[in-house]
Ligand binder design. Structure first.
Ligand code: ZN
Length: 93
């Protein structure tokens, strides 16, 4: 997505990853490929999993290489942490 947002589709559900402003200067640990990345190589994302519940996920910025490193199993593990998402009503966001 052009604005830096990412989306992950699982079955008929879609998780939207909203990038957050990174705070501090510590290294990030990618939740997908489990590499330790510097601030410039990864980003922290917020995912809405229910009306008032969010999960935080760190992902590499080079997502194609990250997905290659993680493999199908890594992707599945990440999906298990996020899904299922509870449906969010239009006035609950
Ligand atoms: Zn990664």
């Amino acid at each position: 997505m052009a604005d830096g947002r990412l989306a992950l589709v699982h079955g008929d559900q879609l998780a939207e990853f909203t990038p957050l402003d990174p705070k501090g200067a510590r290294a990030l640990h990618c939740d997908l490929c489990h590499y330790t990345r510097s601030r410039s190589e990864a980003a922290l994302y917020r995912v809405h999993v229910a009306a008032r519940r969010t999960r935080y996920v760190t992902l590499c910025l080079g997502s194609a290489a990250c997905v290659t490193r993680a493999g199908e199993r890594g992707l599945l593990k990440l999906a298990e942490r996020i899904f299922p998402i509870e449906p969010i009503g239009p006035d609950e966001r």
